[in-house]
Design a protein around this ligand. Structure first.
Ligand code: G3H
Ligand code: 13P
Ligand code: ZN
Length: 323
């Protein structure tokens, strides 16, 4: 099976009450961990590439690795541009074989966001085969590439804007801001309460906004960015093996599971893979100070990333056995 776009995948996910995991890829071990996990779970999957990943690994390496994963697993896989900054970057990916792109003009005024998004949609939809386009309304806190939005400066999506935006742009899916944010420090400690073990509990996501958006856009696929859960077990492994991550906190998995049963068809996860990879490598290095073969320690990182992806597919996304 060749790479696919998100059209049919999202239609099935919407009707089936589950979501597709969109996992960020930066190197071969991450691509292998994600796709081997998806294969073992019989799950469709989205592999996404950021501008930073393109700079780190070069677009051609990432595309060829993802093509190798398609050949190796036979799975329906989407190759998606994450947070495309402008028309040129989206065009470059469309011309280079990506099957889906995100144009992120969410920091621009409404009319400008519409104009840029519509231009990308026109180009992507005219492409043969058809390339799907994700757009964004509202802004998330956190860091993505070189853009940092402080907590408190984020803006929730306004439900009253979404029908006009989707109608005028023709986008295929819409990322909305309902309280998630990028990175491993999603909420300031003062925004959270602590449970009896001292673990930070973040404020709940704005499901009222999600419900209002989906009422206005029946059947339309919604995307959640910034959806890592920052599993405290991996944070503990990192901190016990020479790391220092203080007050890292993510979105509770139960809330993501609920979102996946509603209109959310794509859930973006990057930080949780980074934490798993780092935990595996740090643990290996501390236990084996004489090792210097990267296959040994990166291999342990890959093992943990694969475990995380399997867990997400089965316990959070519900996309297992959906092929
Ligand atoms: O949205 C942000 C993703 O986690 C990608 O991060 O830009 O550092 O590759 P990156
Ligand atoms: P996390 O930082 O929560 O993993 O979010 C990743 C993301 O939204 C990529 O676009
Ligand atoms: Zn994102």
């Amino acid at each position: 099976m060749p790479l696919v776009n998100t059209k049919e995948m999202f239609a099935k996910a919407y009707n089936g009450g589950y979501a597709i995991g969109a996992f960020n890829c930066n190197n071969m071990e991450i691509v292998q961990a994600i796709t081997e996990a998806a294969k073992e779970c019989n799950s469709p999957v989205i592999l996404q590439v950021s501008a930073g990943a393109r700079k780190y690994a070069k677009p051609v390496y990432l595309r060829k690795m993802v093509e190798a994963a398609v050949e190796d697993t036979g799975l329906p896989i989407v190759l998606h541009l994450d947070h495309g900054a402008d028309f040129e970057m989206c065009k470059d990916c469309i011309d280079g074989g990506f099957t889906s792109v995100m144009i992120d003009a969410s920091s621009k005024p409404f009319e400008e966001n519409i104009e840029i998004t519509r231009k990308v949609v026109e180009y992507a939809h005219a492409h043969k085969p058809y390339v799907t386009v994700e757009a964004e309304l509202g802004t998330l806190a956190g860091i993505e590439d070189d853009v940092k939005v402080e907590h408190g400066a984020e803006s929730y999506t306004k439900p009253e804007d979404v029908e006009e935006f989707v109608r005028r742009t023709g986008c295929d899916s819409l990322a909305i801001a309902i309280g998630t944010s990028h990175g491993a420090y999603k909420f300031k400690p003062e925004q959270c309460t602590r449970d009896e073990n001292g673990v930070l509990c973040p404020p709940p996501l704005r499901f009222d906004i999600l419900e209002e958006v989906s009422k206005r856009l029946p059947g339309f696929p919604i995307v959640l960015h910034g959806s890592s859960s920052v599993n405290q077990e991996y944070v503990k492994i990192i901190n016990e093996n020479g790391g220092s991550l203080k007050d890292a906190v993510g979105v509770p998995e139960k809330q993501l599971r609920h979102a996946a049963q509603l209109a959310v068809c794509k859930i973006n996860i990057d930080s949780d893979l980074r934490l798993a990879m780092t935990a595996g490598i740090r643990e290996h290095m501390k236990a084996n100070p004489d090792h210097f073969d990267p296959r040994q320690y990166v291999g342990d990182g890959r093992k943990y990333v694969k475990e995380v992806v399997k867990h997400k597919i089965i316990e959070v996304l519900g996309s297992n056995d959906k092929i």
